[in-house]
Design a protein around this ligand. Structure first.
Ligand code: AMP
Ligand code: MG
Length: 487
């Protein structure tokens, strides 16, 4: 496939065509002084977009939504959502726009979407803008998640706008160009349901089936099958977050995708010292979205999805509720199975090992990690060395040496596979102090630390000589970390 140039680029407006009630045609703000800060060359290649063209005036125009191919209608999408448990009937893209769909190299449709592109009718009190730091943060963390093999939206580019953004301080503005298999959320269904228009709800569900879960179309009850497919996708997604120590931070229903991709990197962070109560977000004072709560929250969000779908599931509400409850019941089993499978791999447990023996080894290790507040990423990676005969690096992270030795003896007796462990226990994750350091430098005009960090994170399972500091926990002086939603 030859890369796309301006004359051949078309952005499909299927979402706006099929669901006009959820798509408000809207244009991006003009950008006074655009400057491309980072471009994802390999993602551009995947999308069939020409790298050099993207770096030029027209390309940057596309990446900021200010110069769109003829016939393109960018739209703000409508959605609702439960935020920290409270329902907002009208959220929607308050500072984002869907430009349209592209087809990637493997033939999959992908949304091209902007964040920070100006006010829309959904902006409420907000300014519609985004700052350089938080948009680069989404870029770094989403690309790290992708490299870790976790389903996620991707980041194509961040363009500084030359506009000032007023937060607690004055910050340089930016637009993020983001790519997703779609931007359909649980909140999209909540919005459609709240209109009382069952035909709209049905069209949305059918659109989601066609786009994400085509096998559901063949089921006896396609809309129930859609629900079940989303339950399965979210169970698997959240298990993969838990296995790498990712804390999303703002798991509202409007940030829960129908595709099963991670979306909206606001106050997210990777856990260092192992503790289920870990919270980073400054606004999550109750710990609702703490690391250890994430599976429960996902299940709660899926219950809200089920409520939105009820009119499609059965004529009688009682029957619809019974069907949805039964299907939601699969979440716990699927989550546990995915998590246990992942933990077996993280500890290199042989396939034939009996489930109860594996569960004992895994459970005791988790307890040990928690009691000793070990650094999550380093500890698991060091266990790979322990499986090869050098237990000291892992042992050195633990205070309860007798506890560790007793556990390790039991574990080593099952002959763990170190090569398997090294493929699933990353050396490098976007550690909070490294992310902050690179964003501060970028905001001040130096992009080198960001580029270096992105490079290391692009191959997270491979030890890289010279990159030792990227594998180390934050220094004591970094202090307790708090993330801010004031994105
Ligand atoms: P988020 O926390 O990014 O998932 O956003 C939640 C909701 O707040 C969405 O409806 C956003 O469009 C809206 N929002 C967030 N920041 C802004 C902003 N600066 N201006 C307008 N709307 C915003
Ligand atoms: Mg959001």
């Amino acid at each position: 496939m030859t890369p796309t140039t301006p004359t051949t680029l078309t952005l499909d407006d299927r979402f706006a065509r099929e669901l006009p009630e959820l798509a408000l045609p809207w244009r991006a703000d003009e950008v006074p002084d655009p400057r491309l800060l980072v471009l994802n060359d390999s993602l551009a290649d995947d999308l069939g977009l020409d790298r050099d063209w993207l770096r030029g005036t027209e390309g940057v125009g596309l990446l900021t939504g200010t110069r769109l191919p003829e016939g393109t209608t960018s739209v703000a999408q409508a959605y609702a959502g439960h935020q920290f448990g409270g329902y907002s009937p009208r959220l929607g893209d308050g500072r984002a726009l869907l430009l349209g769909e592209l087809v990637d190299r493997s033939g999959r449709p992908r949304d091209l979407h902007l964040k920070g592109s100006g006010r829309t009718p959904f902006s409420r009190g907000g300014d519609g803008l985004a700052a350089v730091g938080p948009m680069l943060r989404e870029y770094v963390v989403s690309e790290a998640m992708h490299a870790l093999g976790i389903p996620t939206t991707r980041s194509l580019a961040v363009v500084a706008t030359g506009r000032q953004v007023y937060r607690e301080e004055v910050l340089p503005g930016a637009v993020l160009a983001r790519v997703a298999s779609s931007h359909l959320r649980v909140g999209s269904f909540q919005y459609a349901r709240s209109t009382g228009d069952t035909d709209l709800l049905r069209r949305l569900a059918d659109h989601a089936i066609a786009r994400h879960h085509p096998a559901a179309a063949e089921a006896d009850q396609p809309h129930l099958a859609l629900f079940e497919a989303v339950v399965a996708a979210q169970a698997s997604l959240v298990a993969s977050w838990m296995l790498v120590g990712f804390v999303h931070g703002v798991m509202n229903t409007d940030n829960t995708t129908i595709s099963g991709e991670t979306i909206d990197y606001g106050p997210c962070a990777f856990m260092e010292a192992f503790d289920p109560a870990t919270v980073y977000s400054s606004i999550d004072t109750g710990g609702r979205y703490a690391y250890g709560n994430q599976p429960l929250v996902a299940e709660w969000n899926l219950a809200r999805f089920a409520e939105a779908l009820l009119p499609l599931l059965a004529e009688e509400e009682d029957e619809a509720v019974a069907l949805a409850s039964e299907s939601l019941g699969a979440f716990r089993t699927q989550y546990s199975a995915a998590w246990s499978r992942g933990m077996r791999a993280k500890l290199g447990l042989p396939d034939g090992l009996a489930d109860d023996v594996a569960a004992g080894i895994v459970g005791d290790l988790v307890q040990l990690a928690q009691d000793n507040h070990v650094d999550h990423t380093t500890f698991f990676r060091h266990l790979g060395a322990a499986a090869r005969g050098d237990a000291e690096p892992a042992r050195g992270l633990v205070l309860d040496l007798a506890g560790f030795d007793a556990w390790a003896e039991r574990w080593l007796a099952v002959d763990p596979a170190a090569e398997v462990m090294d493929r699933v226990n990353p050396v490098y994750v976007p550690r909070n102090h490294l992310v902050e350091e690179s964003l501060a430098a970028a905001t001040a005009g130096d992009l080198e630390p960001l580029e270096r960090l992105l490079d290391v994170l692009s191959a997270p399972y491979d030890v890289r000589p010279g990159a030792e500091r990227y594998a180390e926990p934050a220094p004591e002086s970094f202090g307790a970390y708090t993330t801010f939603c004031g994105t």
